[in-house]
Design a protein around this ligand. Structure first.
Ligand SMILES: NC(=O)c1ccc[n+]([C@@H]2O[C@H](COP(=O)([O-])OP(=O)(O)OC[C@H]3O[C@@H](n4cnc5c(N)ncnc54)[C@H](OP(=O)(O)O)[C@@H]3O)[C@@H](O)[C@H]2O)c1
Length: 313
């Protein structure tokens, strides 16, 4: 059996529990492809699962849901990708994890063709965060031109892509971010910015939609910003989601949680926006796979602007 390098953990904890090891290279089953990983975006779910199994709940664990790479082999019945194709996508969340490795197996239909105009770092940065933004704003909220949307943590992985997708859909975008990040967000299209550290975001004129990426008190207080009939979608883990939904109902608005799903149609829509020059990932840092610890430590700060990406030479 051929082996490969992977970043694995046998216990939960800080970055010190992660180590580069040699494991068997996987083989694609029916409807699956084996991808030679060229770049893998990092997400907060990676830092969280490092500490506690979370939704995956199994050890040993190789983290990493985002992948951009080259199809190395195809399983029985795969028609949409061929060996040598450049592809990108999100492995099925939560159990498809494993992209922080030289190779990973993915369902063929979790992946789309990588836009030719971007490199693997850009492509690897996009899937999970862009799919989350797309599924929230377009699939769930069906955001319309002229609607007002409040996006929390607008400079984060999900937020900075959500700003661009909402603008592309013709919305008026208000973002929360610390002041040093406002210039970048204006460049990405945000219409109005609030420094959540010094300003009260509930003072904005009412909005049709809130995309909450922070949770807790931020989610609860965001209900105050909604117009009657408005909606709040949270992607944060809420300790009391029922309380949020109840308070929303009492105010005549709707609040609900979203969990991102692997989605080839969404990946194709994202690829089309990228190709049209309407969507790009801001990448704060790129590290080779062997320097995974730097990526994790940066992510653990909770202050990343855009994305952090690991590359596999
Ligand atoms: N449910 C799902 O399917 C799903 C999918 C994707 C992500 N998520 C979750 O959503 C959250 C956001 O993900 P992400 O990838 O965007 O995270 P991220 O990239 O780590 O977000 C970092 C950004 O958050 C900003 N920030 C931190 N606290 C803030 C606050 N109170 N108000 C406004 N901005 C704040 C920071 O900006 P400053 O430096 O200005 O503070 C930083 O730029 C995470 O908890 C993640 O696990 C869930």
């Amino acid at each position: 059996m051929t082996t490969m390098k992977a970043i694995s953990q046998h216990t939960y904890g800080g970055t010190e529990v992660l180590q580069e090891i040699e494991i068997d290279r996987p083989s694609p089953g029916p409807s699956e492809v084996l991808v030679r990983v060229r770049a893998a975006g990092m997400n907060p779910t990676d830092w969280k699962h490092k500490r506690a199994g979370g939704l995956v709940g199994k050890l040993p664990l190789v983290l990493g849901w985002d992948v951009s790479g080259v199809v190395e082999a195809v399983g029985l019945g795969v028609t949409i990708h061929r060996v040598g194709d450049e592809v990108f996508g999100m492995l099925p969340y939560p159990h498809g994890v494993g992209a922080f490795a030289e190779y990973v197996v993915a369902p063929a239909r979790a992946l789309a063709r990588k836009p030719a105009g971007i490199d693997h770092v850009q492509a690897g940065a996009l899937p999970l965060a862009a799919l989350t933004a797309w599924q929230a704003l377009v699939d769930a909220a069906d955001i319309q031109p002229g609607q007002r949307v409040l996006i929390h943590a607008a400079a984060g992985g999900v937020g900075h892509l959500a700003v661009q997708i909402a603008k592309e859909r013709g919305a008026y975008v208000i973002g929360t971010a610390s002041a040093p990040k406002h210039a970048l967000l204006r460049e990405l299209g945000a219409d109005e910015l609030i420094d959540y550290r010094t300003e009260d975001f509930t003072a904005i004129d009412p909005v049709d939609l809130v995309l909450d990426t922070v949770g807790g008190d931020t989610a609860m207080r965001s209900l105050e910003t909604l117009k009657p009939g408005g909606q709040l979608i949270t992607i944060a883990v809420m300790a009391t989601p029922e309380a949020l939904a109840e308070q929303a109902a009492a105010r005549g608005v709707r609040a609900y949680q979203l969990l991102v799903e692997a989605d080839q149609a969404g990946m194709r829509a994202i690829a089309d926006l990228v190709t049209a020059g309407r969507l790009r990932a801001v990448v704060e840092a790129v590290f080779p796979l062997a320097e995974f610890a730097k990526g994790h430590d940066l992510g653990d700060t909770g202050r990343v602007t855009g994305k952090v990406v690991l590359t596999v030479p």
